[in-house]
Design a protein around this ligand. Sequence first.
Ligand code: CTP
Length: 404
Amino acid sequence: MLKGKKIILGICGSIAAYKAAALTRLLVKAGAEVQVIMTPDAVEFITPLTLSTLANKPVLSTYFDKQTGTWNHHVQLGLWADLLLIAPASANTLAKLANGLCDNLLCAVYLSAKCPVYFAPAMDLDMWAHPSTQNNISKLQHYGNTLIPPGTGELASGLVGEGRLAEPEEILHFLEKTFTNSSSKEKGPLAGKKALVSAGPTYEPIDPVRFIGNHSSGKMGYAIAETLHQLGANVTLVSGPTNLPVPDGVKCIQVVSAKEMLDACLTVFPETDVTVMSAAVADYTPETVADRKIKKKEAHFSIALKKTTDILADLGTKKQAHQFLIGFALETDNELANAIGKLEKKNLDLIVLNSMQDQGAGFAGDQNKITIIDRKHQQFTFPLKSKKEVAADICGFIVETLKR
Ligand code: CTP
């Protein structure tokens, strides 16, 4: 499955860097084209000569070659790769990646990469268990990167515990499994389609410590993003603040406010075939944001609010003939009439009406009951189901509608 794949193997400063030689060999034997990038510390642990010989390619480690003046372009490298694998990934590099630092070539390539990123940590058991490391790993997973878990056993320190770099064979197996799954997705009904899904709430700042938000959990949108990906689409999720992990294989742009969500959606939308706006975007935002915490004074206090841009309606005005746009409607009165009104006003292809009538259904819960309305105003009502099942119904409906 790795035949012909372009893989960047990032190697960090760790005793386990010696295993990168066997890993490079396995990747090359599996038919991959391997570009090794080492952090400056990694070259102290294993020689670039060993790795360049095994990879049949010069190893890169710095932004430019002092002797020839050649610039090692991190953007081109980031775009070239089908996969970025960081193994061993040290605690230091994980911390840098999680926080957007780029003081070496590998970190800069990571920030520029558009491909799936896998990281296989290697460190001592206490470093591994430290909340700071675990926090960085959660952040990376939240960005859509995949952890290849470390093993348990004897560590370089002589201690025994979790933190050993996964064996090269295990890493290879992990990648092969992923490519097998994704190549079966290449045959899915949405293969070749690009999808944009928005999810979660938005937070509108009042002052440095307060905001106006809502109870949206993001579960519906995340389930839709995951299902569209499983159907073969190339999915970008624009997410407001949630506690949910980004589904494997989905690219995620994290935003906070309605304005940030608008900007992210406008950037992604022109390239998109299918857009599902399931986010609970704030309709109003404070007119001004205080730069210091507002102190309490009077018995009554009001905040002047101004309307946000209706993102869905804005996308509806920009929609091209090949683009398919789906919105949600949450109504308490005149449900169908209001939903049809929004379908027309926002120039949508489908609208999903959320029922507020059933217990456990809706915003924050795990279940939903929906009616899908199409351009002919035909209505399709589904029973109360888990949000994952509802996502399957919505995405199945999209697939069927696109076939017509
Ligand atoms: N929406 C949006 N941008 C906004 C508000 C809503 O993109 N500023 C989108 C939502 O993601 C959803 C749809 O519009 O897909 C409908 O949202 P809803 O809150 O039901 O309706 P509104 O259009 O905001 O109207 P109202 O609140 O008056 O019912």
